[in-house]
Design a binder for this molecule. Structure first.
Ligand code: 13P
Length: 250
């Protein structure tokens, strides 16, 4: 079965509104008419309104990098799924390893955020991945299974139909070390098997699993040519319009 690939940019804590606008001025003409892949850009919250305005006439989607699971309330500093949706976001990243590492997110909070995103009709991009010590100890499969199970606890296939998973080995993020296509495929197969356990085979077959971790124009083709790799979640190399365009055109 063929799954449309998703090429997503995670801008992390980079670019103010002016820099974001500059990016779209350069990037949008490069990808005009490109509909082979789904293109998603996740800027900081502050840049979302301008990014949505810049991309309305294009097929480029805008996503958040995080959300809080409550709709509203006394939760200083947080942003809800409904607010992201209302601002024009179609996607949202959940449980990125930097959120797990620096902001104490757990499989339980990922589960709550995933449910909130789906209720608000956002396409969730749930990140999973092992750290170097876990890989070296032969624990990669256990970690991936636990993270997928935790994220999908209490969820039905129908409810989670829009789910996207991103496999991001933590040792490959921002380090220039990329998983080989074979390593990524092996991890994606573990993830897909676990999604099948949680949601059923049909849903597992349609769930897109992206690879993230030092994806660059030079390695995008080898990774994206794998049938099991349904796209990329790109950090550093997505900040430059030409570099990200080259990845979109892998
Ligand atoms: P890099 O592409 O900079 O390694 O970052 C990957 C990532 O964390 C995307 O979410």
């Amino acid at each position: 079965m063929s799954r449309k690939k998703v090429i997503a940019a995670n801008w992390k804590l980079y670019k103010n509104t002016a820099a974001s606008n500059e990016f779209f001025t350069a990037f949008l003409p490069l990808v005009a008419g490109h509909d082979r892949d789904e293109i998603v850009i996740c800027p900081t919250f502050l840049c979302i309104p301008a990014a949505v305005a810049a991309t309305t006439a294009s097929s480029v989607h805008i996503g958040g990098q995080n959300l809080y699971w409550k709709q509203e309330g006394a939760f200083t500093g947080e942003i809800s799924a409904g607010m992201l949706h209302h601002a024009g976001c179609s996607h949202v990243i959940i449980g990125h390893s930097e959120r797990r590492q620096y902001f104490h997110e757990t499989d339980d909070t990922v589960n709550l955020k995933l449910k909130a995103a789906l209720e608000a009709h956002l396409v969730p991009i749930v990140c999973v991945g092992e750290v170097l010590e876990e890989r070296e100890a032969g624990l990669t499969e256990d970690v991936l299974r636990r993270q997928v199970q935790g994220a999908l606890r209490g969820m039905s296939g129908e409810k989670a139909a829009a789910l996207i998973v991103a496999y991001e080995p933590v040792w490959a993020i921002g380090t220039g070390k990329t998983a080989t296509p074979a390593m990524a495929v092996e991890a994606h197969q573990v993830i897909r098997t676990e999604v099948a356990e949680c949601l059923g085979d049909d849903h597992a077959n349609t769930t897109r699993i992206l690879y993230g971790g030092s994806v660059k124009p030079e390695n995008a083709n080898a990774l994206m040519s794998e049938v099991e790799i349904d796209g990329a979640l790109v950090g550093g190399a997505s900040l430059d319009a030409v570099s990200f365009f080259k990845i979109v055109h892998w």
